[in-house]
Design a protein around this ligand. Structure first.
Ligand SMILES: [Zn+2]
Length: 166
């Protein structure tokens, strides 16, 4: 079978509610995201590719960068707590005090761990490649998404795949 792997990096802050250690505090990582895509029945395209790396960049990694790079992600529990805090006003005031137009806060329906982020990105990647497929691309399979939470001095990552670990 043929498989391609592409990676991209974003800088993103998060925190983990309920964590007993320092991860309960707001902190950031350079998150490396690795996507593996294979073609069905070894059916390379006319140019001999599983998918053009440029298409994968356009359909997935550009969205990832636009939505999450230099953002601060909060989970649903934080969002519920912040509702009573008038978070919109508070974030707007804080951004203004810091002299920026926004704080780029992204709310997700879960606290971001590498595992949950990998599962979320897997679903998004499938949806985005299916859209490209509807526009004429061939059937493809997203094999897995890996989310690296730390790169130095040692790499640590979580992987999500709907299939058993190879
Ligand atoms: Zn972290």
């Amino acid at each position: 079978m043929f498989r391609i792997v592409k990676t991209g990096c974003i800088d993103m802050a998060h925190r983990i509610r309920g964590h007993e250690g320092k991860c309960r505090f707001i902190h950031g990582h350079t998150w490396k995201v690795e996507v593996s895509v294979s073609c069905v029945n070894n059916s390379l395209n006319a140019l001999g590719m599983v998918i053009d790396f440029g298409v994968l960049k356009k359909e997935f990694f550009q969205w990832l960068d636009d939505k999450f790079d230099h953002s601060f992600v909060l989970g649903q529990g934080d969002e519920e707590d912040l509702t009573s805090f008038s978070s919109h006003d508070a974030f707007t005031r804080l951004a203004s005090a810091l002299g920026v137009d926004k704080l780029n806060v992204v709310f997700l329906p879960f606290d971001v761990t590498a595992e949950r982020f990998a599962q979320y990105l897997f679903k998004e990647c499938v949806v985005r490649l299916n859209k490209a497929r509807a526009a004429g691309a061939r059937p493809l399979t997203v094999d897995y998404i890996r989310v690296y939470e730390s790169l130095h001095p040692n790499e640590s990552y979580a992987e999500y795949s709907p299939n058993p670990v190879r």
